[in-house]
Every structure is written in C-alpha cells, then in structure tokens.
Design a protein around this ligand. Structure first.
Ligand code: GAL
Length: 749
C-alpha cells in the first residue's frame, strides 16, 4: 500500500548555484527554507525582472525508514520553474522542462541504504530559456523561479496505480454510469492475477457504490477499464450545487497492493453554436482571466491562498468561470473550483511566440502533462491547446488537438487566438476580441472573426486589458469608463446567443516585463489590484448576482465636487442588483425609485442605475463654487431597503480598518493569510488619496512577506503573513501614521 509523505519543509537553498554543487553533500552556505519557495523575493514594483532569472540550488537530506528498503520510491514535484535537474548523492537521476506541470523521479535505485544522509539536489534554472515555452519571445507576465509548489515522497509496492481517469457518460439519464480507466505499474514485471475493488462515496459522505473486478498482469505497465452502471440517487455537479464524489480504486496482486483516490463529479459540459450548456441547461459564461501571481513571492503561495483566489472569483465577484491564463495552475486552486462550482478553462503555457521543433515537443508534452494531471476535475470544461495568441501552425495544433482528444474524449478543445480567420482545428473558436476601444462596438459577430459562413461554438476569452489600463487610485472618470467597458462587453455577450460567454482581462493586476505595463513592472489591467482589493470595475461583475445571494450597491464615485473634469459626480453609475434605489442629497427631498438602466444594458442580468440630469435637477447638486453636501443611497429589493451607502461631504481619516482573511493557520507546512488595511472616513468609505505609512510588527511564529513598512495606495494596502513551521500565537500590530495602532491575533496550530 502506498504512503505519501509531504516533503515541503526543511529544504536547503542556495541562491547561487556553482558548478559541482550537485556532487557535494555539503550544506554550507545554504539557508533553510520551506516550500512553496520563490528563488528571489521581489519588490512590489520597479525591479529588474532579470533578478530572478538565475540558476539556484536546492538540497534535501533524506533518511528513509528501513522498512522502505524493498519498496519503490518516487519524488513527486508539483511545479519547478523552469528547468529542473535532479541528483541523488551526486548522481543525475532526472530532469524536467517546464514550470507549470508536475513530474516524478524514481529514487530507490540510487538510494544508499548504508547512509542516513542521502542528499537530493535540485538544480533549478529559472532563466527564460528559449527551449521551453512560454519563452523565446516577449511575454506579458513574469514566471518567477524556484520550487514554487509542493514536493512529496511516494512509497509504493512493486505493483501500484499511477493514475485513474473517471468518466461519467450519458450523465443526464436517470441511472448513472461510470467508466474508469486504471493505469497499473508493475515495476519488476511480476506475473499475477489482480483483484480490484472500486468504491464511490459522496465526498465526505455516504458510500454509493462498491464493486470488485478481476484482471491479470505480466507487463510493466497495463491499463484496465471498468464499467459501473445503474447508480441511483446520484446528484449532478453544477455551478450552484457542486456535488462531488470520491472514488477509491484498490488493487491487490500477490503480496502487493495499492489504493488510489480522486474526486470527480457527474456533469455534462458542451459548447455549441448556440452557446454553452451545463447538464443540458444554457449558461452564459461570465468570467475573468487569472494569473497565479502575488506581490513579492510571485507564484510561491500555499494552498490556502490559492483557494482564496478561487473563492474571491466565485463568491465575491460572482463569476461562473475562470481562465487559467496562460498555463496550468495550482491543484489547490483547481480543487477549490471543484468544491465551489467555478468553471475552468485551462490552457498550456505560452504567449504569442512559437519556437523550434524541440520547443514544440515540450508544448506537446505540456498538453499531455496538463490533461493527465487534471482530467478528473469536474470544474474544467475546456482544454486550451494553442499557445495563447500565436499565429496558425496547423501541424503543431493538429498534433496538440489529437493528443488532447486521444487522452480525453470527454472534453472539447479550444485554443486562444487574436487573429481572425484562423484555421478552426479545435472544437471551440476561442477569441481575444479587443475591438472595444470605447468608440467601436463592444464585440464582433462571430462570423466576422472566424471568417466562416456558419456559426460554430465560440467564446470570447479576453477583452479590455491593455486597451484601458486603470489603477485603483486612478481618477474617478477613468475608473468609470474602465468599469463600463467591462459591463458593455458583458452586455454584448449576453445579447448574442452564438457567443458562449466572455472572459475579461483580467482578475488581478500582475507584475510583468518592462515591455508591458506602466513601466513599474505592473500591468494595471485587473478589476482588483495585486492585493485583490476591488477597483470599481470589480462591481460591474459583483453586481450580476441575485440580491438573494448578496445585495450589491456601489456608486462609482469618491463623492467630491472637484475630482472629475469640470466638477460634480454626474453621470453617477451605481452598480447594483436592487430593484430600484432612492437618492438623497443634503436636505433636499429624496429622489425616489430610480430604476436600473435596462434600455442601455438590455443583456446583463443586473444593469446599473445611472443618475444624470434626466433624473435630477441641475440645481440640486449645483455648480463649482457652491457647497457640497452629504448623500445617502438606498437600495430596495421586494419593497424593502436591503442595502445603504452613505457619503460625507467632508471626509477625514476616521477608522483604521484591518482585516485578516483567516485567524487560524497551520504550522505543519507553509501557510499564509492576507491582511487588508484601509483608511476609512466617517461613512466607512476609503480615503482614496491619503498618503499614509503603515508599519507592520509581527510577534510570534510567522513573518510578513515583503517589507514591514508599506504605503497606503488609493486608501488601502494588503500584505500576507506566512507561518514558519512552529505553532503559537502571532500578534500583528499595524500602525498607521494618522490613525494609530490596531492589533490582530492569529493562532498557528
Ligand atoms: C493579451 C494577452 C494577455 C495580456 C493582454 C493585455 O493580448 O493574451 O496575456 O497581455 O493582452 O490586454
């Protein structure tokens, strides 16, 4: 039976690899680190992106239990950026190209059982090597470096299961079926009969199936296929009810045995020329792209923070899909998408550039590694098998499509382009339609893009982004236009049944190369900033949910007379899902029942309310030179006030708002949580232009990622606290130069 041991703690790291280091057992000059680890912690912005493009060295002393002596032992790496060479006791035992997909290296043949100090060495090349995608051209993001995902040790019998694939055919029939493929490794080519036992449980619940199957083996690798049918009472997986099941497959042969578990869901996902259908029901896709990057530590964020991103996208922004632009992302992120019902479009690594034949081989390998890692996730509904925004390369993309289809016939393929009339080798034409520049219409008709004379399954995979970069602390008018561009494209997508949906660029601001972004190595393209704090545009998405789930009311304004050109706050766009709103200015009689603008935004579920001179008299707010007053906006649902927003005429710093996403963390492996700090006025609104300095003092077994003194930008800032392998109480003191101190306590278990 297998044993899986997490080996993410107690690595030794040397930033400067020197020739021969892999041969030596010495740990001199190495610092102790835990995974996920970034090779170089970066400043927030204005850094040299070559700083992390280095070759570094990681070491891990292994002292395996005597009882593992006759067993098969693998080290499983979930992600090492970008090229890893692995050695055991100085002997080269394997390598891997590509930073986004996992790899296994067998170590037992090289293990020295007479020593209690076997040294595993990983030499990590994090340079942008032109033989590995996405490298070779320019790329608008950073790939960071290091062993930035977890590593584990797998100890197996001679016969073990290397993977399973769970398919759920004809899922809309009453009685459900499951088709299971099981890959069995038989390392020493034993000839024996095999007994399989398969169990299916509701995830964390009742058993729904148990059955036995027979087989036999003599080859070193063999695939078995089993059919289970007539399952009753099975619940479908969907966006609102993400019912998950867990399968356990046990194999026994001679003295050997193994058990493999994975989660799955019963669901049918289909892109058609008339849109996207989940379990036969039409769903308009409303999504955003996500980069897996964070300030300071780049990609190296642990499970909890990966999960939090999925949570923000689904439960805060109320999206139904995320595109993992432009590479396979953390398993923790995907697992969370399964759990909360967030659909995923996952794609291979790449950005515009296509390299030589050797490079293309890595592309094909990436397709395979992505699919075999992730094929049981019910949330994943489409494989992206093109290099994002590359030119047509029929030979390469015929091959990537063929690999995807042969590995997984249950999902359609897509491949993101920005060129029109591209050869449709995939099942879904996935297009970055950046047409909307504020003047030209929000989206093109699909046949204008595809050049075909008939409709095909079609989805818009990016819009906005570099067409209108917007900072959270940009001027109000710009932020309004930014928000409305997101809304207009979504609205157009809803109005065109031949478009399965639209996925905006992008969820969060991200660090990038000097050739992109605002010159400070940040692309301010997010609807949230790098700390995942909302810009106004976030509310264009957030408001598209029933008020039963959450009432939303967010006016796009800092509420002041002189922030906009010529002054005033009109037109005042209010993102809301309320039936109507009341608006009160100073002592004026409130204007009652202002309804959402369904005429302009006929497509989206919840159009905004727009207050302009058709709603209120010019004299009410008055002109430059007149007094400015307080305001109250109330949102109604089913005749009742469900949400209220107040604005003060004379904001001053009033509250130091400090909130941690979590107050309990674990010490057994690296863990982290975000803390958001805001400077609020008397009404709880952010003071967008305050220049405050925040000092962070951490007392106890944790450290702050990045600097411990930060400036508040646009009235708010965030940071992450990470654990250091020790339990205890962590007291965090946050001092604002204007509002004094606040304390927060986190328990590390
Ligand atoms: C696209 C690209 C994205 C990002 C975006 C900015 O062309 O696919 O990665 O660079 O532009 O708008």
């Amino acid at each position: 039976m297998r044993e899986i041991l997490l080996m993410s703690n107690n690595w030794y790291y040397n930033k400067e690899y020197q020739e021969g280091m892999e041969k030596s057992g010495s740990l001199k000059g190495f610092e102790k680190v835990n995974l996920p680890h970034t090779n170089v912690e970066l400043p927030y912005n204005y850094f040299n992106e070559e700083d992390f493009q280095i070759v570094s060295c990681y070491k891990y002393p292994l002292d395996l239990k005597e009882e593992y002596k006759d067993r098969i032992v693998y080290v499983h790496f979930e992600g090492v950026m970008a090229y890893a060479k692995v050695y055991l006791n100085g002997e080269f035992i394997g390598e891997h190209k590509g930073g986004y997909t996992p790899f296994d290296i067998r170590i037992d043949p090289y293990y020295d059982w007479s020593s209690s100090n076997n040294i595993l060495t990983v030499v990590v090349d994090s340079s942008e090597r032109s033989d590995i995608p996405p490298f070779g051209g320019q790329i608008d993001y950073l790939t960071y470096g290091g062993i930035y995902r977890d590593v584990s040790l797998g100890v197996y019998d001679d016969i073990f299961i290397s993977n399973i694939k769970i398919e759920t055919p004809d899922v809309l029939e009453d009685k459900k079926k499951v088709h299971v493929k099981v890959w069995v490794d038989n390392i020493n080519s034993h000839t024996c009969d095999l007994d399989f036992e398969i169990k299916i449980n509701e995830y964390q619940g009742e058993e729904v199936y148990k059955g036995s199957f027979k087989g036999s083996i003599e080859e070193t690798k063999k695939t078995f296929e089993f059919d289970i049918d007539n399952l009753e009472g099975i619940k479908l997986w969907d966006i609102d009810n993400p019912n998950l099941y867990e399968m356990s497959v046990t194999v026994t042969g001679g003295d050997f045995s193994d058990e493999y578990r994975d989660r799955f869901g019963f669901r049918k996902a289909e892109f058609t020329p008339k849109g996207f259908f989940l379990n036969g029901k039409h769903v308009k896709i409303r999504g955003l792209n996500r980069h897996q990057a964070f300030p300071y530590v780049g990609y190296a964020m642990p499970k909890r923070v990966q999960e939090k991103d999925a949570d923000i996208l689904k439960n805060d922004l109320h999206l139904n899909l995320v595109r993992t632009s432009h590479y396979p992302q953390s398993k923790h992120f995907l697992n969370k998408c399964d759990e909360i019902g967030l659909l995923v479009f996952e794609e291979i690594p790449g950005w515009q550039h296509i390299g030589d034949d050797e490079w293309k081989e890595v592309v094909k390998q990436n397709v395979e590694e992505m699919i075999v890692r992730d094929w049981n996730h019910p949330s994943i509904i489409l494989w992206g098998v093109r290099i994002n925004e590359s030119q047509d390369d029929d030979e390469l993309y015929t091959a990537t499509n063929a690999i995807a289809r042969s590995l997984d016939s249950t999902r359609q393929t897509g491949g993101v382009r920005y060129i029109t009339g591209s050869n449709m080798l995939e099942d879904v034409y996935t297009m970055n339609d950046f047409i909307h520049d504020g003047v030209r219409g929000p989206l093109r008709k699909q046949q204008e893009v595809t050049g075909l004379d008939h409709d095909v399954p079609y989805m818009v995979t990016e819009y906005n982004g570099h067409m209108y970069p917007t900072k959270r602390f940009d001027q109000e008018e710009r932020q309004m236009e930014h928000s409305l561009r997101h809304l207009r494209v979504q609205n157009a997508s809803y109005l065109d049944d031949s478009i399965s949906g639209a996925i905006g660029w992008v969820a969060f601001d991200y660090n990038t190369h000097k050739d992109f972004g605002a010159g400070d190595r940040i692309c301010y393209h997010g609807v949230m900033d790098m700390f995942r704090i909302h810009k106004f545009a976030a509310y264009a998405y957030k408001s598209q949910v029933s008020p039963e789930v959450e009432p939303v009311l967010q006016p796009v304004t800092f509420w002041t007379r002189g922030e906009r050109s010529i002054g005033g706050v009109l037109p005042l766009v209010i993102f809301t899902n309320c039936d109507y709103i009341d608006f009160q200015y100073g002592d004026f009689e409130p204007i009652r029942k202002i309804y959402p603008d369904r005429q302009t935004y006929a497509g989206i579920p919840y159009p905004p309310v727009v207050i302009d001179l058709s709603v209120l008299d010019e004299k009410m707010l008055g002109l430059w030179g007149m007094k400015w007053e307080d305001a109250v906006i109330r949102g109604y649902y089913k005749g009742e006030v469900v949400i209220e927003k107040r604005f003060t005429k004379a904001p001053v710093p009033t509250e130091l708002y400090v909130e941690a996403d979590d107050t309990e963390l674990v010490s057994t492996q690296k863990d982290a949580t975000r803390i958001v700090v805001k400077i609020l006025d008397q009404c709880g609104n952010i003071l967008p232009f305050i220049d405050d300095i925040i000092k962070i003092k951490v007392d106890g077994p944790a450290r702050v990622q990045g600097p411990s003194e930060v400036v508040v930008k646009g009235g708010a800032v965030g940071f992450w606290i990470e654990t250091v392998n020790e339990p205890g109480v962590v007291n965090i003191e946050i001092t604002s130069s204007v509002l004094g101190k606040k304390k927060i306590t986190i328990n590390v278990k």
